[in-house]
Ligand binder design. Structure first.
Ligand code: NDP
Ligand code: GDR
Length: 360
């Protein structure tokens, strides 16, 4: 048994995010010791992983969190030296596409140079042969449509500071693999969602908004470009793919996607259908509104502030390579994803009403 197969120690950057939480739970279930890097925040930011926490005073606990930041190489090197992970999952990022137009320099620092900092830490510590590296690459690399469905060989044309920063992350991962023989891989993941998706991404914004309208907490959902089409899967399925990518015989890059695409508009319709309402669309462009047929009230309006300076119109991925070489396939149908997200947000909204936190 070689050194790698004896120790199963994962380091996850971005542990407090959606994917970090699902991946940590999955790896703990496989018997890994999981270390996560969290940022210092003035308020608690670990809600997604609190259920995994065990008091370290008990000794020998399998899940540990450390303070750190992708913009601080000294911290990353020190943590890597202490932990000596056998697998690194680099999930930390300023991950919001629209925000990257507002904070482009920070996005480049955290998402592009942050990736370089981690790869350099591996090299500085001489861990090239002991540590496998997963980079959270994205379908945003494809950007302006060159080919559909998009696959590993499709040319990249990013359309946001986020996409461009992730392009650097993609290529520096490939370069360190080729230059230093590292086991370094890109998972090119298409959108994946869940009940713990960040509240400002469109799917969660919709399910949360519909639940709040249904429970009387709010009256209106404001959205941007509802014509955009995405290939939406479930985060739970995608973190298994991340792990599979690092268990393959050799390092490589893989698309993880469902192979189906739907518009934001369709997502809205399905979310309202979950609470027994149907939406009728009236008007055009920024004047378009969604009317709840049951109450006759306008429940969706278009707000141009949510439009992006450059948009990615259509994403649909071809996951054949991952299916053939890794045996990965997504398990959650789109309708089930929406159902799960709606159930989570309805529960939350009803709790809020019951606790009387808001007047109805
Ligand atoms: P989230 O936005 O939910 O989580 C991002 C994580 O990164 C959070 O833990 C956040 O911390 C952390 N983070 C942000 N900036 C820094 C920093 N400077 N230093 C340390 N940590 C930082 O993203 P997801 O979980 O959805 O995505 C995970 C990764 O996968 C990201 O890199 C994303 O770009 C990429 N990706 C996501 C896809 C998706 O559809 N979800 C698809 C393709 C790629 P905090 O909680 O404190 O904000
Ligand atoms: P995306 O996800 O940009 O694909 O990036 P997001 O959910 O933010 O947008 C998807 C599409 O919906 C349109 N849209 C809106 N988006 C938001 N956030 N809010 C709105 O009100 C709204 N109205 C319409 C957007 O214009 C867009 O076309 C996500 C992130 O997780 C990235 O980190 C990841 O790399 C990619 O998915 C794959």
């Amino acid at each position: 048994m070689n050194e790698r197969s004896k120790r199963r120690v994962a380091l996850i950057t971005g542990i407090t995010g959606q994917d970090g939480a699902y991946l940590a739970e999955y790896l703990l279930g496989l018997g890994y010791t999981v270390h996560g890097i969290k940022r210092r925040s003035s308020s608690f930011n670990t809600a997604r992983v609190d259920h995994l926490y065990q008091d370290p005073h008990a000794g020998n606990v399998p899940f540990l969190m450390h303070y750190g930041d992708m913009t601080d190489s000294t911290n990353l090197i020190r943590l890597m030296q202490q932990i000596r992970p056998t697998e690194i999952y680099n999930l930390a990022a300023q991950s919001h596409v629209a925000v990257s137009f507002e904070s482009p320099e920070y996005t480049a620092n955290a998402d592009a140079i942050g990736t370089l900092r981690l790869l350099e830490a591996i090299r500085i510590l001489g861990m090239e042969k002991e540590t496998r590296f997963y980079q959270a690459s994205t379908s945003e690399l494809y950007g302006l449509v060159q080919e559909v469905p998009q696959k590993e060989t499709t040319p990249f044309y990013p359309r946001s500071p986020y996409g461009v920063a992730k392009l650097y992350g993609y290529w520096i991962t490939v370069n360190y693999r080729e230059a230093y023989g590292m086991y370094a891989c890109n998972g090119i993941l298409f959108n994946h969602e869940s009940p713990i998706r960040g509240e400002t991404f469109v799917t969660r914004k919709i399910t949360r908004g519909v639940a709040r309208i249904e429970t009387g907490l709010e009256e209106m959902l404001y959205l941007g470009n509802i014509e955009a089409k995405r290939d939406w899967g479930h985060a739970r399925d995608y973190v298994e793919g991340m792990h599979m990518i690092l268990q393959a015989d050799g390092p490589d890059d893989f698309v993880l996607a469902t192979g189906e695409t739907r518009s934001v508009r369709e997502f809205v319709e399905l979310a309202f259908a979950e609470v027994g309402r149907s939406v009728e669309w009236r008007g055009k462009g920024v004047d378009e509104t969604g009317i709840d047929k049951k109450s006759g009230k306008i429940v969706v309006r278009i707000d141009p502030t949510y439009f992006r300076p450059t948009e990615v119109d259509l994403l649909i991925g071809d996951p054949s390579k991952a299916r053939e070489k890794l045996g990965w396939k997504p398990r959650t149908p789109f309708a089930q994803l929406v159902k799960e997200m709606m159930a989570g947000d309805l529960l939350e909204a009803r709790r809020e009403v019951a606790n009387g936190k808001h007047s109805v």
